[in-house]
Design a protein around this ligand. Structure first.
Ligand SMILES: [Zn+2]
Length: 630
């Protein structure tokens, strides 16, 4: 008993945060953290997060913290020691204390925080100190917003009269079970619109900030379809309420998943055609699937988190790549895209992957482990040695789906693997290891898939998708872009498609208006590499003709394979010349969707097996499958 309170009462005393935004155009939040009595601790360490879960890069959010004051309840400054970039030891003597500071918030991304006269957004790791050893303690956060602003978050609101409740000028209070939930619940506060819907037994809120030419009802219809289709896969929803925070901005920068909410930064004015809605649906399906995969079914190191440093996982191909693949399946099953669009997606994206020079250099498990130091800090040669674990993980996920369906007559695939994992581990909120994923594959497919994981996750081989597509009854052709089968009717364009030097060239804004042609990558062993071109070279002329970023490819294609051409370029502002012998393009188009190669139906047993695989894959037999949008 201390000051009339039992030990148990003391343990339940919350840490109370307060977020002020007195002058939004100064882009600074005023934060207060009240730490209750911790009688057994002479000194208490407080720490800022170095990274945001779901985004595997050290961001050092503390770099935006200013004006740190640490005082006792009477307002007297307490002794403190800065231990490293993000931790302080406070000599509190076990008594309550108050931490006040400002956070500069001018980075509008899903992972950071932002404040101006229109809105506030924060992802908690960029705003709130944790009290070390007390992250399980309940938290309250009061939000004092400018008049007329709306607050959207997954955290429940405290009832009136609750401790630290709706005080004058202090704004409403929200409750979190602990620090993990506090920082896993982003806030959108401002002038956004709120659209509500209810489906699959839960309440949903779409908090839509910014200028968009999307039709609200279409967005809600898309989200509703995604929710019901995903709920069908898992047999229900693991929450009663979920919030989609959507920022409609000039440029799309992606999403970040949370336990009962998501933030998505989309291009607000990109809804002038159906593609805009499909991109939105694809992102939303990916993020919503994360409510299971990575938020509840996750590697042991991905929760509870060590916010102070890198959390190394070898499972990002599973958490991100498989999620990316199933997002495409879900929007098909939900009737948001149709089957021709599904084939078109594969036909466009597979060749892009198959042309990646680094896709067979580094195993997926290693790409995942090294994400912190490579994928998000790519050096010039990164793509010659590596590939994104999203991208390769997606194709490996599709391959596993098709292998499972091949083993089960089409009846079970990757969605059923997730259901198995959810029933075994997720509902108990137990962590998931690669061994669990392998065991679930075996349970679903009726045989071991260890060789598959060894080869495509821990080895570097490409997943055998063209062969698997054929086994699903698809006629698959990979044709050179200059061949008569390529679908290109213009013979001049076909002939020119053959020329290739193996360099990718980026545009860089130029004072004169045209884009400078700057070499972004040179493939090892390519004609460009043989001629000595490298990253950063600025190409000025090809064969004496001046070029910019949009004409350099055309001028190179004036020369047939085998011909030599002089390329004039700047390196470190010195003029140079290279003699490049033009080669033959290794690019191949993937043909899945033209009428003559439509899936062939037949009466032979292999044709029936193919039909069954395809039907399961495309969800054709699912009773809940919704009618397609016209
Ligand atoms: Zn993701």
């Amino acid at each position: 008993m201390i000051a009339g309170k039992s030990r148990r009462q003391l343990e339940r005393e919350p840490i109370v945060y307060h977020v002020g935004m007195d002058d939004p155009e100064a882009h600074e939040f005023q934060i207060e953290m009240r730490v209750p009595a911790l009688p057994e601790r002479e000194a208490v360490e407080i720490a800022f997060a170095a990274w945001a879960p779901g985004s595997y890069m050290i961001r050092d959010f503390v770099r935006h913290v200013y004006g740190l004051e640490i005082v006792d309840e009477a307002g007297r400054a307490l002794g403190r020691d800065r231990l490293d970039k993000q931790r302080w030891r406070v000599a509190s003597g076990g008594a309550p204390f108050v931490v006040r500071y400002r956070v500069f918030a001018f980075e509008q991304t899903v992972r950071t925080s932002f404040l101006d006269g229109d809105h506030a957004y924060w992802n908690g790791t960029s705003l709130f100190f944790a009290v070390e050893g007390e992250t399980m303690r309940p938290c309250q956060v009061g939000v004092a917003a400018p008049a007329g602003w709306t607050i959207s978050t997954a955290l429940p609101r405290a009832g009136r009269g609750a401790h630290g409740g709706h005080g004058p000028g202090r704004g409403p209070t929200f409750l979190a079970a602990g620090y993990d939930e506090l920082v896993d619940s982003p806030f959108e506060v401002g002038t956004h619109r709120v659209l509500r819907f209810r489906t699959a037994g839960a309440d949903f809120e779409l908090a839509l900030f910014g200028r968009t030419n999307a039709v609200d009802t279409r967005l809600v219809d898309i989200l509703r379809r995604i929710v019901t289709t995903t709920a069908d896969i898992f047999g229900g929803l693991p929450f009663d309420r979920y919030v989609f925070i959507v920022h409609a901005l000039p440029v799309a920068t992606g999403g970040l998943e949370h336990h009962a909410s998501v933030t998505m930064d989309i291009a607000g004015l990109s809804f002038e055609d159906e593609k805009g809605y499909v991109r939105f649906a694809d992102l939303a399906a990916h993020e919503f699937f994360h409510a299971w995969n990575v938020k509840r079914l996750h590697d042991p190191v991905l929760g509870p988190f060590d916010y102070g440093r890198e959390s190394y996982t070898r499972l990002l191909w599973f958490h991100e790549g498989f999620t990316d693949y199933l997002a495409n399946v879900i929007i098909l099953w939900a009737g948001i895209i149709d089957e021709p669009a599904f084939w078109r997606w594969i036909s466009e994206d597979w060749p892009r992957y198959a042309g990646r020079p680094g896709r067979k250099e580094t195993p997926l498990s290693e790409l995942s482990f090294e994400a912190w130091i490579k994928q998000y800090k790519p050096a010039e040669n990164y793509f010659n040695n590596a590939v994104s674990y999203y991208e390769k993980g997606l194709w490996v996920g599709m391959a596993l789906d098709l292998e499972l369906r091949r083993a089960t007559g089409g009846r079970r695939g990757l969605p059923e693997l997730f259901r198995k994992l959810w029933d075994r581990a997720g509902r108990r909120e137990a962590a998931v290891t690669e061994a669990d994923v392998r065991a679930a594959a075996q349970a679903v497919g009726g045989r071991s898939f260890d060789a598959f994981f060894d080869r495509y996750v821990h080895g570097t081989d490409d997943p055998p998708l063209p062969a698997l597509w054929r086994q699903a009854g698809l006629a698959v052709k990979q044709v050179a872009p200059w061949s008569g089968e390529s679908g290109e009717s213009d013979p001049i364009k076909r002939a020119r498609a053959r020329s290739w030097i193996g360099a990718t060239v980026n545009g860089q804004a130029h004072a004169g208006g045209s884009e400078r042609a700057v070499v972004k990558n040179v493939l090892p062993g390519s004609p460009a590499a043989a001629a000595g071109l490298t990253f950063g070279d600025e190409i000025l002329a090809v064969g004496g003709d001046r070029v910019n970023a949009s004409t350099v490819g055309k001028r190179l294609s004036d020369h047939a394979p085998g011909q030599a051409v002089t390329v004039t370029y700047f390196r470190r502002d010195r003029l140079r010349e290279a003699r490049v012998v033009v080669g033959t393009s290794p690019d191949r188009k993937l043909m899945l969707d033209t009428p003559e190669i439509r899936p062939a139906r037949g009466s032979t047993s292999s044709a029936r097996a193919a039909d069954a695989i395809r039907a399961g894959w495309l969800g054709a037999r699912r009773p809940t499958r919704r009618a397609r949008r016209p």
